[in-house]
Design a protein around this ligand. Structure first.
Ligand SMILES: [Mn+2]
Length: 268
């Protein structure tokens, strides 16, 4: 097997957000925080990202007024091309709606795939405010289309009756925040795709998000989950940073730290 390589791709899309826009500004804010002179480019595991097999593909583009179908098609195609090049995609959202088209583009290369989803929200609505492609729905679409063999959700603390029913129907493994403990084994085997919504964190630690839900994880706990993924991490997205809601820039700094450790995990 050849050594893993990672491709970063910004997906500045927030047209499927239900409450606040602004997540489209995230890829630029994350890159700025990632390469800031305030820190260095080394992961905790000892990889210098400036020397690592990490390529930045820049940002995907979107057009005002285009249909959601066009936008999703472009995301799917871009992820498909990265996967076809043999590289591991790390997508910088954008709102969480991007994960569904991303997995459509990704899944054909991975006949076995477990999706680990860290989030305050299960995002399993059949539809939200009339939109089946809302950022509240991606994992319903993912499971309907069989884009994951297993979906393991961690950190959830907003599940309602409808979404509990959806989780049962799709066989989603939900580890609610109230039941989660540090070191909780995820039993991962085979290739893993990580979908990380920044709002899994305690919102006081990363307030630059669109839906602040108290009772979340510490940054260190999320880092431990990333570093502890015991199977190959072949793809990932980090979504829902909203720089318009991030007065101090601390949330972008947190997102960049998570990106750094995701890359580190993907390369080892
Ligand atoms: Mn969320």
């Amino acid at each position: 097997m050849t050594a893993p390589r990672v491709a970063l791709l910004g997906i500045p899309h927030d047209a499927s957000s239900s409450f606040l826009r602004g997540a489209a500004g995230a890829p630029g804010a994350i890159r700025e925080a990632l390469w800031t002179e305030a820190g260095n480019s080394w992961t905790e595991g000892g990889i210098d990202l400036r020397e690592a097999p990490l390529e930045d593909e820049g940002d995907l583009w979107f057009v005002d007024g285009e249909s959601g179908e066009e936008a999703r098609g472009r995301i799917e195609g871009a992820v498909e091309r990265i996967a076809a090049s043999g590289r591991r995609p790390l997508l910088l959202g954008g709102d969480h709606s991007i994960t569904y088209p991303a997995l459509r583009g990704f899944r054909p290369r991975h006949p076995r795939l477990t999706v680990v989803h860290l989030d305050a929200h299960p995002d399993l609505y059949d539809e939200f405010e009339g939109d089946r492609y809302s950022h509240a729905c991606p994992f319903a679409r993912v499971m309907e289309e069989g884009l994951a063999d297993r979906l393991v959700q961690v950190g959830i603390r907003t599940i309602n009756g409808h979404q509990r029913e959806q989780a049962r129907r799709f066989g989603v493994e939900v580890i609610e925040m109230k039941d989660w403990r540090e070191g909780h084994p995820l039993g991962l085997e085979g290739p893993v795709y990580l979908s990380l919504d920044l709002d899994v964190l305690e919102p006081g630690l990363a307030p630059g998000i669109s839906h602040r839900e108290p009772g979340g994880m510490t940054v260190r706990q999320v880092l431990s989950i990333i570093q502890g993924i015991e199977a190959p991490l072949v793809g990932a997205d980090l979504v829902e940073l909203n720089p318009a809601n991030d007065g101090t820039g601390i949330s972008a700094a947190v997102a960049a730290k998570l990106v750094k450790e995701i890359v580190g995990r993907m390369l080892t």
